[in-house]
Write a protein that binds this ligand. Structure first.
Ligand SMILES: [Zn+2]
Length: 431
């Protein structure tokens, strides 16, 4: 699948170094080192996950069936208070294993001790847009006791790191946690460093009401006034569940991408954003999984499917959210939101960020409509191979850049330490 929404049959694709060199017609002087047989498969752009907190794998399944306040105050923040810096490396490594296996090559991460996540990205060969989350209420309130300046120096330290596979952005937590002067400082630093921002925005009616009470305007208008919606690189705003009429206009005329993570909204019983309305107003919407503490996994197949199903359901209209636009939101649009605009379409000159997907499993048969099969029947287990910048990261069940066994061992050991769980029934690992 490539060349702007078209599907080519029996088309060879040539990769040289990190780029796509030929599509359909291979240059006569191209002599490959390796030929991959894609019989029965679709080669499609790899997924980009536009909003997550990767190391929250350590809290997967730890806070279930709870009201949002209890989920956060009694569980998530309790476990996070015991985090140590090295935990982030192993939690994010577990996320990388799962993302690669399901066809994701890039992720926009928003968390703490982000040098550890950068190390993971460097090691595993993925791409990432990394933002160090900052609450802005004094160093003692920050995980790891890091200052505003510490988060800014991370942005400088890793900007265009790992051969350009790492990009960085500002990471204020939200308009309800960060005071206005801190948000303004983030905007000023983003302008100075030529980057964007990644922030939670307008997630509930209560947040909108409090914003009106405290600042006299909606969270979107508040952020716009403080200068964070118009930066040198895009601002990713998660999640925009509750928007007022003027917010749609503000989001559409700025350099903004809304991160849409429908599984979290359903699991935590939040309002479902009106993606179809955002599209009608010209707002760019990209798909993400959110952190696995709230949504459990990193499955972009499920995100495409849930986005389509939820929008059809809430609009009482099965014709909205066509299947091709769902693929675009999980690939090209998410990649562009993260600054990787040379990804997401299989065309000459673009980066070779590709996945090979088996379509011969029973749930894909008959293959009347390949895009419908991918969106509404596709599974992580259908992914046969994954390339990022032309480097193969995963092939036929084998991870080529990560030690899968060790990562599962280290991550589970650390997750049990965080939550005070005894380590019986634990997998063992022998190097
Ligand atoms: Zn989030």
């Amino acid at each position: 699948m490539g060349l702007e929404k078209s599907i080519l049959e029996n088309a060879p694709v040539a990769i040289d170094q990190d780029q796509i060199w030929g599509v359909g017609i291979i240059p006569p002087d191209f002599h490959p080192d390796e030929i991959v047989d894609g019989y029965g498969c679709v080669l499609m752009p790899a997924f980009f996950n536009v909003h997550t907190h990767a190391a929250m794998t350590l809290e997967r399944g730890w806070a279930e069936d709870l009201a949002f306040e209890d989920w956060l105050n009694k569980k998530i923040w309790v476990a996070e208070s015991a985090l140590e810096e090295e935990d982030i490396y192993w939690g994010a490594s577990l996320a990388a294993v799962e993302m690669i296996q399901s066809g994701i090559v890039g992720f926009a991460d928003h968390y703490f001790w982000m040098d550890q996540v950068a190390r993971v990205v460097e090691d595993c060969g993925m791409k990432a847009l990394l933002a160090w989350c900052h609450f802005g209420n004094g160093v003692d309130q920050e995980l790891g006791k890091k200052s505003f300046e510490d988060t800014i120096s991370f942005v400088e330290r890793w900007k265009n790191g790992a051969g350009g596979r790492i990009k960085t952005s500002m990471g204020p937590h939200s308009t309800y946690m960060d005071p206005p002067d801190v948000l303004q400082n983030f905007a000023r630093e983003a302008l100075r460093l030529g980057v964007g921002a990644h922030i939670h925005l307008s997630e509930s009616l209560e947040q909108v009401q409090n914003s009106r009470k405290n600042f006299g305007k909606t969270p979107v208008a508040h952020l716009d006034e403080l200068g964070l919606l118009c930066l040198p690189e895009p601002t990713i705003v998660a999640h925009c569940n509750v928007l007022e009429t003027e917010d749609y206009e503000l989001l559409s005329r700025n350099s903004v991408f809304v991160a849409h993570t429908p599984k979290t909204y359903m699991k935590l019983a939040m309002d479902m954003p009106l993606v179809e309305k955002m599209h009608q107003q010209g707002i760019r919407v990209a798909l993400g999984t959110d952190g696995p503490a709230s949504n459990s996994d990193f499955n972009m197949w499920e995100m495409m499917r849930l986005t389509g199903l939820c929008q059809k359901f809430i609009h009482h209209d099965p014709t909205v959210m066509d299947r091709t636009s769902l693929v675009e939101m999980a690939t090209r649009i998410s990649a562009t939101a993260m600054g990787f605009s040379d990804s997401g379409i299989i065309q000459v000159g673009n980066k070779a960020d590709l996945i090979l997907v088996d379509t011969s499993s029973p749930h894909m048969i008959p293959r009347h409509d390949l895009v419908a099969g991918l969106v509404y029947s596709g599974q992580p287990g259908d992914v046969r191979a994954v390339w990022c910048d032309g480097v193969c990261l995963y092939k036929n069940g084998n991870f080529l850049t990560l030690d899968y066994e060790r990562i599962c061992y280290e991550a589970e050991k650390r997750a049990f330490r965080l939550t005070g769980k005894e380590m019986k029934n634990m997998r063992t690992y022998n190097a």
